[in-house]
Design a protein around this ligand. Structure first.
Ligand code: SF4
Ligand code: F3S
Ligand code: FES
Length: 304
């Protein structure tokens, strides 16, 4: 496998069950070995959720009178694979997947795992754009696989792990450096020294000040799309700054000065070159670059 120049093809007919074409062992692989959060799959619809044998779920068993059968389209997933026990270098493998109109990219990746190659490894949990675990590079840009429809992609889709973090296996990266930067900005409410005697109140206007940055799901799509982070992993990265922003501008918090000092370093906010990749990549639509600019301004004027 190592050093192989020729990408492998795994093409099977649309109705795999009719031909008995399923590779041996593909469905035997316990999904929990390679995919986290199996208990919360839900991504393949009620028929297929958590069921590795459900390769026929795209072909309805019952035809409802007056409705047309859903059309399928073959999509080739070209996936960058890396099996640390076997491979010196990553290599590409191509899988052909029959997809329907409403299928998400995550459904197609599941289909590969359940029907073609049980060793394919990726992260996912909620399958609904909430947990942030399935960020990956899709045709060169960071996306959550559960938020992309295959109908919006071409006939061939390139899938790679997010960039800038060590690859553990296939599409799974080591998130620890990312979370280390996140933790270092103290992403929690730091109250003043005096115990309040009543609830800490906040006006709607004050709450609005940091509303955007509360939406972060820590998927790392922003940080791993940043060219500065690719070249210098000591840079805190946009996600850490977004989460610092969330508390710096919270009127109930008293740790703003401390966080600003943490970010007022060589590897802090000043490393940002306003490239906007992070804003484009954010699946929650957070104005990441704007948040970074606001932190820079708060540092200059000491007003927040
Ligand atoms: Fe993901 Fe957006 Fe949070 Fe970055 S800011 S970690 S892209 S949700
Ligand atoms: Fe990087 Fe975003 Fe700044 S992509 S350079 S953190 S605007
Ligand atoms: Fe949870 Fe995609 S699987 S965000």
């Amino acid at each position: 496998m190592a050093g192989s120049d020729t990408p492998r093809q795994h093409d099977i007919p649309v109705d795999a069950s009719a031909t008995g074409d399923q590779p041996a062992g593909a469905a035997d692989e316990p999904a929990a070995n390679s995919v986290s959060g199996d208990e919360g799959v839900g991504s393949a619809g009620p028929d297929r959720a958590g069921d590795p044998t459900a390769q026929d779920a795209r072909t309805p068993a019952v035809t409802v009178r007056g409705t047309a059968a859903p059309s399928t389209r073959d999509v080739r997933l070209k996936i960058r694979r890396f099996l640390p026990e076997q491979d010196a270098e990553p290599h590409w493998e191509t899988y052909t997947v029959p997809t329907e109109q409403g299928d998400r990219l995550l459904d197609a990746i599941h289909w590969v795992k359940w029907n073609l190659d049980g060793s394919l490894t990726f992260r996912r949990s909620c399958a609904h754009g909430v947990c942030g675990s399935d960020a990956m590079r899709v045709n060169g840009v960071n996306r959550l696989a559960c938020k992309v429809l295959t109908k919006d992609l071409g006939d061939e889709v390139l899938l790679e792990p997010i960039k800038g973090l060590p690859v553990l296996k296939d599409l799974v990266v080591d998130m620890e450096p990312f979370f280390e930067a996140y933790r270092s900005v103290r992403p929690f409410l730091i109250p003043g020294p005096h115990e309040p005697t009543k609830e800490r109140l906040q006006s709607a206007r004050d709450r609005e000040r940091f509303d955007d940055t509360t939406k972060c799901i820590l998927c790392a799509a922003c940080t791993t799309s940043c060219p500065v982070y690719w070249s210098d992993d000591a840079y805190f990265g946009p996600a850490a700054i977004v989460n610092a922003h969330r508390f710096i501008f919270d009127s109930r918090d008293e740790g703003g000065e401390e966080r600003l000092e943490i970010l007022n370093t060589k590897e802090g906010v000043w490393r940002c070159r306003t490239t906007f990749n992070c804003t484009d990549a954010c699946p929650r639509g957070i104005e990441v670059t704007k948040a970074i600019q606001e932190v820079k301004r708060a540092l200059i004027f000491r007003r927040f």
